[in-house]
Design a protein around this ligand. Structure first.
Ligand code: S3P
Length: 440
């Protein structure tokens, strides 16, 4: 990342039109690299997200012995070392801004006989790691972390590790995945109990790579079992477009008058698609064209047309299926007719920034009527009027705050000034160029 912030003003947009694609899914991209590195032999990945977060995962897997290359045509190949075959990294693993890389790799390392140091940027170094330290310690790994269970931290993996049955105390796909990945090299059966379902890419992909993983439902909870000492078979993976990235363009097209936009190849895994459900319930015109399957995930092209939106009370049960999309939903709500109420969003306070606080401040600064509660925001929409605009708004090293407020700028009268656009590259390289393309 460049040393100095790169501010930018996002001005009132022409209608968004034409056909576009968003980059590959971030969650699936991280997992492709990790599982590819843990398989024996050559895995290929097309459509990998080449954002800074995913590149941090690639670099870490290289440091632990995997050979990872990108061909001219954008295909990635990974020569894996096999479960149990990771090597002691010589240097600290630099995780940048990426919580997913950090938490999932802590799981991977927990059951290998190696140790590693994790470092991160200022945002990542504030985020809680206790939620993975706890179950991985039960499995035998030991940790020495910075005060408050944060980075920088050191992990000593345990070989052999001990299988556990662990009930998730927070709805977190990262914690679930950390324990399942640790289970890969742990003799016996490791079980994660998930009271509230979260994104299931790890389960789908672990099975795809040949792990013995089963899921049963017991009294409304998901019990996920993985058999350890697994052998993973290399795969050819096609990564679908990231619904979390598509969400910025969906909301932009709904808000900017005259828009009629097709976003191709969007992943619509039900554990990720909550934003589409909620925007439709608000009156958003979002059609699914050409539904199909890509890389074991449901995918469609989305046609999004400018729509008059109405405020809504968002069911907190939907939160895990749209956990990364609340910042941009808040933007949509700010321009809707009437009141939007959200709750049950405590987890937003421990993302790349405190997203409730950051979005309340940013939206208020550009003319929206927002009040912050303990676990959500309440927003009185403009009734379809453009937001006033203004700024500079503060992004707190959080890519999704930056992109959400860029979308607010497109649907504002005077434009919105963002203090720093650098974080966008963590998950969505090419975001600004795509806006220029579809708003031309
Ligand atoms: C992710 C899980 C979510 C999400 C993050 C990616 C994953 O985090 O916010 O962007 O790939 O497993 P939590 O597990 O903390 O909810």
């Amino acid at each position: 990342m460049p040393n100095k912030p790169i501010p930018r003003k996002f001005s009132t947009s022409a209608p968004l039109r034409g056909t576009m694609r968003v980059p590959g899914d971030k969650s699936i991209s991280h997992r492709s690299l990790m599982l590819g590195a843990l398989a024996v032999g050559k895995t290929t990945v097309t459509g990998l997200l080449e954002g800074e977060d995913v590149l941090a995962t690639a670099q870490a897997m290289r440091q632990m012995g995997a050979e990872i290359e990108r061909a001219q045509d954008g295909t990635w190949t990974i020569h894996g070392v096999g479960v149990g075959g990771l090597l002691q990294p010589a240097q600290a693993l630099a995780m940048g801004n990426s919580g997913t890389s950090t938490r999932l790799l802590m799981g991977v390392i927990a059951s290998h006989g190696i140790s590693a140091t994790f470092t991160g940027d200022a945002s990542l170094s504030r985020r809680p790691m206790g939620r993975v330290i706890e179950p991985l310690s039960l499995m035998g790994a030991s940790f020495s972390s910075s005060p408050g269970g944060t980075l920088p931290l050191m992990i000593d993996g345990s070989l052999p590790a001990v299988p556990v049955t662990y009930r998730l105390p927070v709805a977190s796909a990262q914690v679930k995945s950390a324990v399942l990945l640790a289970g890969l090299n742990t003799p016996g059966i490791t079980t994660v109990i998930e009271p509230v379902p979260t994104r299931d890419h790890s389960e789908r992909m672990l099975r795809g790579f040949g792990a013995e993983l089963t899921v049963e439902e017991v009294n409304g909870e998901r019990y996920i079992h993985i058999r350890g000492d697994a052998e993973l078979q290399p795969q050819d993976i096609v990564v679908p477009g990231d619904p979390s990235s598509a969400a910025f363009f969906i909301v932009a097209a709904l808000l900017v008058p005259g828009s009629d936009l097709i976003i191709e190849n969007v992943g619509l895994n039900p554990t990720r698609a909550g934003i589409v459900t909620v925007l439709r319930a608000m009156g958003g015109s979002i059609d699914e064209l050409n539904p199909r399957e890509v890389g074991g995930e449901p995918v469609a092209d989305l046609r999004v047309r400018h729509s008059a939106l109405t405020g809504i009370e968002v069911d907190p049960k939907l939160a895990p299926s749209m956990i990364d999309e609340f910042p941009v939903l808040f933007v949509a709500a700010s321009a809707a007719q009437g009141r939007t109420v959200t709750s049950g969003l405590d987890e937003l306070r421990v993302k790349e920034s405190d997203r409730l606080c950051a979005m309340a401040a940013a939206l208020s600064a550009v003319g929206a009527a927002v009040s912050e509660t303990e676990d959500g925001l309440i927003i009185e929409g403009t009734g379809g009027e453009l937001l006033t605009g203004g700024g500079p708004v503060i992004t707190h090293l959080d890519h999704r705050i930056a992109m959400s407020m860029a979308v607010a700028g497109l649907a504002s009268r005077d434009g919105v000034e963002i203090d720093d656009t650098r974080p966008i590259a963590t998950s969505f390289p090419g975001f600004e160029a795509l806006i220029a393309k579809v708003a031309a």
